[in-house]
Design a protein around this ligand. Structure first.
Ligand code: FES
Length: 96
């Protein structure tokens, strides 16, 4: 099981590989905000403070969103678009 810490809500949760960050946030009662839930709006933007290597690769929708907001920060992801990829992962997220 990977461990995900949602810093804003002080929630630490163990999840299996393949768990989407969206489902994790919704099931845990986190205050992370989602709009479209399909990678179009950018509402779910967050910083990955630790463990980017344990998340699915940046996809085309995320790349478009990053261009739209002109972000050059490599630690920014969109939570409706990524999932956990390693059972030993330790991931820390901060919503922005
Ligand atoms: S909720 Fe719209 S991009 Fe994630």
């Amino acid at each position: 099981m990977a461990t995900v810490f949602l810093k804003n809500d002080n929630i630490k949760i163990n999840v299996p590989v393949g768990t989407t960050m969206r489902s994790l946030a919704e099931k845990s009662g986190a205050s992370m905000i989602f709009g479209c839930r399909v990678g179009d709006c950018g509402t779910c933007i967050a910083k990955v403070l630790e463990g980017m290597e344990y998340l699915s690769a940046l996809n085309e929708k995320e790349e478009k969103l990053l261009q739209m907001i002109d972000s050059r920060e490599s630690d920014v992801r969109f939570m409706c678009q990524c999932s956990v990829t390693d059972k030993d992962g330790n991931i820390v997220i901060e919503y922005i």
